[in-house]
Design a protein. Structure first.
Lengths: 234, 1175
């Protein structure tokens, strides 16, 4: 049986005048369903390119990207958008909430375009924000906003939860709490979670770690015994 | 130095980066200044264009008209007035010419040298009297070319030769005259009533003794714009100088004219006296002849009377002779008649005698016959007696026979009865024995024998009966015969007696007859004697008669002769009478003629004596209609500048405010850094102020150029449709307006920018450098209504919250779109209001089709002729005579020139002019005391129903009437009254001076037919002029089409406004919310959903903006109409619902177009943007 997510020789080449910039230069890895994956690497290594391609925001120049049996590298336009709205949940570094909508409404905003979604209030309760659901983003702290963001992604019941530096804008304790939430979600819901970060300290908590360097996967390994995030220090 | 080198560089990069923002400020400013300057300068530009044209053609500054015409001497005098460069006399005359299908009115004018120069399209000015320059419009309309000829003829009773030396002109040039700025050529009192075109000819073509007017030209006035006060002052000065010489010149002219007239009068008088003397002589001769004739006839009569007397005497004698003859004749005839009567009597008697003899003879014959009969009867009587004896014997014998037979039978009967009885006894015995007697043959035989015998008896009884009868018959016969005989005997005896008596009578008669016969014979002899005597008398009488007859013939001859003589005399007399009559008549005629001539002379003398000294009318250009109209039209456009540009400036200020606020917000960090680096607030603000300032200046420059050049050009060109003969278009840059507009624009944009910078600059640098706190989401009022709020989708919720989050933007958009919508509404509204004038005034108010002005409504003959013409023309159906009088109406110090219209029959009014209220539509019938006032007049004079209004005929004559109703009307000021109300008010009867006419049902004549009709009307003596409603309507419609261009300009401006505002709004929205939009896109919104997310705001704002525009536009339309409205005209009130719809649709369309453009920008948003950190 093939992997839930599998990238085969994915390349992304930007043509800048005469110069070719190879943001991804033959990336290969596979992820099993329900795994908590951390993709780690220094700035400019190609993490974001991987994220963009996996998230359906960008297309690969060549290679194959299989997600749950579908090659999304071959999708274009509307099909790609459909993939984004139904199969992917995003968690952003800067939360990207709509300022004009309350926490609950922000969750519901993404649900209204999704078929197979969960109940917004229930999800908000799960992330511990039942009391703050009627607050606007500006009335919430960073961690709370990120939880809303996670709730927004989870409520869609996606196949894949993509998190781009989810703790990047948060302080240490809050960051830990958010990561804990993500890990819990993965465990409890058997959700495939991919966290992209430059922080190598987070690798022990992952089921699988993929290290990227210079547009290629430099190393991947599986932690047989992932450590709960509370125990990690950085 | 205000800004460092780096700052300058930053400034330029900033502009480059935010070019669309920069350009929108520029455009808004350009729009505002362009409109302000454009509308403001249209007025001076139009005036300037006209002034330039006037200077170019050397248009007269003043024209002088004299009531007795102008002479060369006058021209000379005017020329020598100080300040006058030149003066030229000129002639004008309206004539007819057959062009096209019908006679057209041509205005012939002489060329006044260098004054009022014609503008030639082609050819040259005339050099000979039979050459002309023809009107461009005339040539275009009738296809005339250079070298063609125009033949004209007089339109009045005066022959053409009195005014023009030639009647055919060769076209040597084609062009226009500065006298006319429009295609209208004015009205005339001949032909169709309106001038079709002019031709300009050499002065020598005219034979009229005096000039119509003199053009005065003062070149030094060209220095001034002819609408300026300096020019007016110059004209006033010049007019004063001309007035100074006017008195003297008029005196000279007066003397000239009166002298000439006096001479003419003296000649005429002498001529009359001569004629009178001659006539007197002729009449005296004639009278003498008549007197001679009279004498002759008198002597003839004397002779005749003498002869007549003689004749009468002879005739009397003859007649008495004749009379005695007739008397004797009567006597003789009487005798003759007596004799005849006697003879007749004798004859009658004789006849009677003869008849008596005949009767007598017959009596004898009858007697003899009776005697014979009696004898015969005696014989018969004797034989009858014998027969009777025989009959008696026979009867006795029959009696006896019967008796015997009867006895024998009785015996037999007894025997038989006895034998039968015996037999019956035997029979009975046998019966007892039980035996049947039939078995005994004896008995049977016995019985049979008995039966035979009985039978026999019965037969004999019958015989006996017949015997008895025979005996009785015989006896009866005997008796009757005997009676007959007895009768015959008695008759016979009576007959014998009678016969005897008859015989005696006969004898007596015979003797009488014989006696008579003798007497008659004697009478006859006497008669014969008498007859002889009479015959002798008669012969003597006849002789006398013969003599008388001869005398009779002589008398008749004499009579005939006498009659002839009388006839001759009488005819002579009649002849004489005729001549006398003739003489009298001739004399009377002559006298009358003399009297007429005398009267005419007297009138001429009186006229001469009464002739007022001539007067000069010194008129300036303000009496040239199209010149004044052109100026007024310019002023109206100028007035519009008061409101339109304000709209644009206001929007420009709003746009600046929002964009600059946004810009300052975006650059908070930069401002903070600069501040931290130690730059002064002014230096930092300079960038933004300069940004707005430079955009504004650039916009102003563009606006000044477009506004000063393009808009006046469009306006003047648009008016050029009406002012076809105004070839000069000058568009100047008016520094004053340009500076004013630029300053206004700067005030708006720089002010707004300063407001935007102010807060940021007063903040601490640290605060500025912290990332911007995103504008907070806020609950809005609607959320407190959960039943509505909960039903909305999140995008709608977000949209609504967004709208209220950025109030400046909301305001800018609402106002911008509202203004755009308002402009469109103004465009359509103005069109509507103007169209209504035509459609309502000529469609539903003035229903009549044509109006003719009457020569004299009281002249029955003239009116009968007109009635007949209308009745016989199948095109025309009905008419209504009206009195149309111009006077003034006054109320509370306001005075207006009005037309008072009084129909002859108030009840017919509604078929020609409909009086009703504009709003309620209530129809009014005129009562006998009220005045019906047109709406705008009521408005101007502040009159209400029931108020008293004052009519002013002149300062001393004022009349009052009550306002009965206020009626819809768009053109001029009208007051309507019934004839009763007119009499009631003015205490006099109205005179009918106009006739309104309706065409027959379904008749819609074309222009040609209407012109023909007008010509036919004007041929009637009763008609002065004709005005067709349809032609008026068309004239006004054509004038109004010029306004379509204004609408086009307004639509263009509205579009620009809408684009700038909406583009700006979207631009800010997208740049500011890029992150949000990128996130949403990333979340998997389809492009359509993403666009809808943004568009919802635009749609709501556009809809709200349209709503704002409805109110703003309605107000603005009213303002514009009130500003532009002409005194005598009422524009339609209110905008057509379709116009609201159109304006809304067009505004919505602008919004759609901007949104379509925005769609592509939305598609370009990069999702990766959402992953970046906040700057």
């Amino acid at each position: 049986m093939s992997a839930f997510v599998e990238l085969t020789d994915v390349k992304k080449i930007y043509q800048m005048g005469e110069v070719q910039i190879k943001a991804a230069n033959g990336i290969n890895f596979a992820i099993e369903k329900g795994e908590f994956v951390v993709i780690v690497g220094p700035s400019g290594a190609g993490k974001t390119t991987v994220l963009n391609i996996l998230g359906g925001m960008d297309t690969a120049t060549s290679g194959q990207v299989m997600v749950d049996g579908v090659d999304i590298a071959g999708l274009k336009g509307k099909a790609l958008t459909k993939y984004r709205r139904e199969d992917i949940g995003f968690v952003f570094q800067f939360y990207n909430l709509v300022q004009n909508l309350t926490a609950l409404e922000n969750v519901e905003l993404s649900l209204q375009i999704c078929k197979n979604h969960l109940d917004a209030e229930a999800v908000l309760t799960e992330v511990g924000l039942a009391d703050r659901k009627d607050n606007f983003p500006s009335q919430l702290s960073g961690g709370e906003q990120q939880r809303v963001s996670i709730a927004r992604a989870l409520a869609k019941n996606p196949k894949l939860l993509l998190c781009d530096e989810p703790t990047g804008a948060l302080d240490y304790q809050t960051g830990k709490a958010v990561l804990k939430l993500l890990q819990q979600t993965c465990r409890e819901k058997n959700m495939t979670v991919i966290v992209i970060t430059h922080n190598s300290a987070l690798t022990p908590m992952a089921d699988r770690v993929i290290k990227i360097k210079n547009g290629q996967v430099s190393r991947t390994w599986v932690n047989e015994q992932p450590i709960p995030v509370e125990e990690i220090e950085w | 130095m205000l800004m460092s080198k780096g700052q300058w560089k930053d400034f330029f990069i900033e502009i480059k980066k935010s070019l669309s923002r920069y350009v929108s400020i520029m455009f808004m400013v350009a729009l505002g200044t362009a409109f302000f300057i454009g509308l403001r300068s249209s007025e001076p530009d139009m005036q300037g264009s006209l002034d330039t044209y006037m200077d170019q053609v050397g248009y007269m500054n003043i024209r002088v008209l004299g009531t007795l015409g102008m002479t060369d001497a006058d021209v000379e005098a005017l020329r020598s007035v100080e300040g006058v460069t030149d003066a030229r006399g000129m002639y004008t005359l309206d004539v007819l010419s057959d062009l096209g299908d019908s006679p057209k009115v041509i205005h012939v004018q002489s060329i006044a040298g260098r004054i009022n120069q014609l503008q030639l399209d082609s050819g040259r000015l005339p050099e000979l009297p039979d050459e002309c320059v023809a009107d461009r419009h005339l040539c275009e309309a009738f296809g005339l070319k250079l070298g063609d000829r125009i033949t004209v003829y007089s339109g009045t009773d005066d022959p053409l030769e009195d005014s023009l030396a030639v009647d055919t002109f060769i076209i040597t040039g084609i062009g226009i005259s500065p006298d006319y700025l429009t295609g209208e050529r004015g009205s005339a009192n001949i032909g169709t009533g309106s001038i079709t075109g002019f031709i300009a000819v050499e002065e020598g073509a005219f034979t009229t003794p005096a000039y119509t007017q003199v053009y005065v030209r003062a070149d030094w006035l060209d220095r001034y714009n002819c609408f300026s006060d300096e020019y007016e002052a110059g004209i006033e000065e010049l007019t004063g100088r001309i007035e100074a010489i006017a008195g003297q010149q008029c005196e000279i002219r007066y003397l000239d004219v009166t002298e000439e007239a006096r001479e003419q009068l003296a000649d005429a008088r002498k001529e009359l006296e001569d004629a009178k003397a001659e006539a007197d002589e002729e009449f005296a001769d004639a009278w003498e002849q008549i007197l001679d004739g009279k004498e002759q006839i008198q002597s003839g009569w004397d002779e005749f009377n003498a002869s007549k007397e003689e004749f009468d005497q002879g005739k009397a004698e003859y007649e008495s002779g004749l009379k005695s003859y007739y008397e004797n004749l009567v006597l003789i005839e009487d005798g003759e008649r007596q004799i005849a009567e006697a003879k007749a009597l004798l004859d009658e008697k004789e006849a009677e005698l003869k008849a008596g003899q005949a009767q007598l003879d017959q009596g004898w014959a009858e007697y003899n016959e009776g005697k014979a009969q009696l004898d015969q009867a005696k014989v018969l009587m004797d034989s009858g007696e014998a027969q009777l004896a025989l009959l008696s014997a026979a009867a006795d014998a029959a009696e006896m026979a019967y008796g015997g037979a009867s006895a024998a039978l009785q015996v037999e009967k007894g025997q038989v009865a006895a034998e039968q009885a015996a037999l019956d006894g035997q029979k009975a015995a046998m019966e007892l024995l039980g035996q049947s007697w039939e078995d005994d043959p004896a008995l049977v035989a016995q019985q049979d024998a008995l039966n035979v015998r009985a039978e026999n008896i019965r037969a004999r009884e019958q015989e006996l009966t017949s015997l008895k009868k025979a005996a009785e018959d015989a006896n009866a016969l005997y008796e009757s015969s005997r009676e007959q005989l007895e009768d015959g005997k008695a008759q016979y005896e009576a007959g014998v007696a009678e016969l005897e008596k008859g015989k005696a009578e006969l004898d007596a008669a015979q003797s009488q007859i014989d006696d008579g016969a003798r007497q008659i014979t004697e009478a006859r002899a006497q008669l014969a004697e008498k007859e002889k005597e009479l015959a002798a008398g008669k012969v003597a009488l006849e002789d006398g008669k013969k003599q008388l007859d001869e005398a009779g013939i002589t008398i008749e001859d004499g009579e005939t002769q006498l009659e002839d003589g009388r006839k001759e005399l009488e005819s002579g007399e009649a002849e004489l009478n005729d001549s006398i009559q003739e003489y009298e008549k001739a004399k009377a005629d002559a006298m009358e003629q003399f009297a007429d001539a005398e009267e005419e002379l007297a009138r001429a003398e009186r006229k001469l004596a009464e002739m007022e000294k001539p007067e000069w009318y010194i008129l300036d250009r303000n009496t040239i209609q199209s010149y004044v109209e052109y100026d007024l039209d310019g002023q109206k456009i100028g007035a519009l500048a008061d409101v339109f540009p304000l709209l644009f400036f206001f929007v420009a200020a709003l746009v600046s405010l929002t964009t600059m606020t946004r810009m300052v917000e975006e650059q908070r960090t930069l401002i903070g850094t600069m501040k931290a680096l130690g730059y002064s607030s002014v230096s930092i603000a300079a960038k933004y102020i300069l940004y707005a300032l430079s955009a504004t200046l650039a916009g102003s420059l563009l606006g000044v150029l477009v506004g000063s050049k393009a808009i006046p050009w469009v306006v003047i060109t648009a008016y050029g449709i009406m002012y076809t003969d105004m070839p000069v278009v000058i568009t100047d840059i008016h520094a004053g307006y340009s500076v004013m507009a630029t300053l206004m624009a700067l005030g708006c944009t720089v002010g707004a920018t300063w407001m935007a910078c102010h807060r940021a600059l007063t903040s601490q640098p640290a605060a500025l450098m912290r990332p911007v706190a995103p504008a907070k989401g806020k609950r809005i009022l609607l959320e407190h209504l959960p039943f509505i709020w909960k039903r909305m989708s999140f995008s709608v919720k977000s949209t609504l919250r967004n709208l209220f989050r950025y109030k400046k933007r909301l305001f800018m958009t609402l106002f911008g779109i509202g203004a755009s919508m308002a402009l469109l509404l103004v465009g359509y509204g103005v069109q509507d209001s103007l169209e209504i004038i035509v459609t309502r005034q000529y469609g539903t108010l003035w229903i009549y089709d044509t109006a003719v002005y009457l020569e004299d409504g009281d002249d029955k003959d003239l009116m009968a002729e007109l009635d007949e013409y209308i009745t016989e023309n199948p095109m025309l159906m009905d008419w209504l005579d009206v009195n149309s009088t111009n006077m003034q109406a006054e109320n509370e110090g306001v005075t207006k020139d009005i037309t008072l219209l009084v129909p002859e029959k108030a009840e017919k009014m509604s078929g020609f002019v409909d009086l009703h209220h504009r709003v309620t539509g209530e129809h009014y019938e005129m009562d006998d005391h009220s005045a019906y006032v047109s709406e705008k007049l009521a408005e101007k004079l502040e009159l209400q129903v029931g108020d008293t209004m004052v009519f002013k005929v002149d300062e001393t004559q004022k009349y009052e009437a009550t306002v009965g109703a206020i009626v819809e009307n768009y053109m001029q000021y009208y007051v309507y009254m019934s004839p009763e109300a007119y009499e009631h008010t003015f205490d006099e009867e109205p005179e009918w001076n106009q006739r309104l006419i309706n065409y027959a049902q379904g008749v819609e004549p074309d222009q040609t037919r209407e012109e023909e009709l007008a010509r036919e009307f004007l041929e009637l003596d009763s008609v002065i002029s004709v005005v067709s409603s349809e032609s008026m309507r068309e004239t006004i419609s054509t004038m109004l089409t010029a306004l379509d261009y204004v609408v086009v300009i307004l639509i263009g401006a509205a579009a620009l406004l809408a684009f700038v505002v909406l583009y700006n709004l979207n631009n800010i929205n997208i740049t500011e919310r890029k992150r949000e939009l990128a996130t949403i896109k990333l979340l998997g919104f389809y492009p359509g959903e993403l666009a809808a997310y943004v568009y919802r705001e635009n749609i709501i704002l556009t809809a709200l903006g349209i709503a704002v525009g409805l109110f703003l536009g309605t107000w603005l339309t009213t303002y514009v109409l009130n500003t532009v409205e002409i005194d005598m005209l009422m524009f339609g009130r209110g905008i057509d619902p379709m116009s609201y719809v159109m304006a809304s649709l067009i505004t919505a369309m602008f919004s759609v177009i901007v949104n379509i453009v925005m769609y592509f920008r939305l598609q370009k948003i990069d999702m990766i943007e959402s992953l970046k950190s906040v700057e």
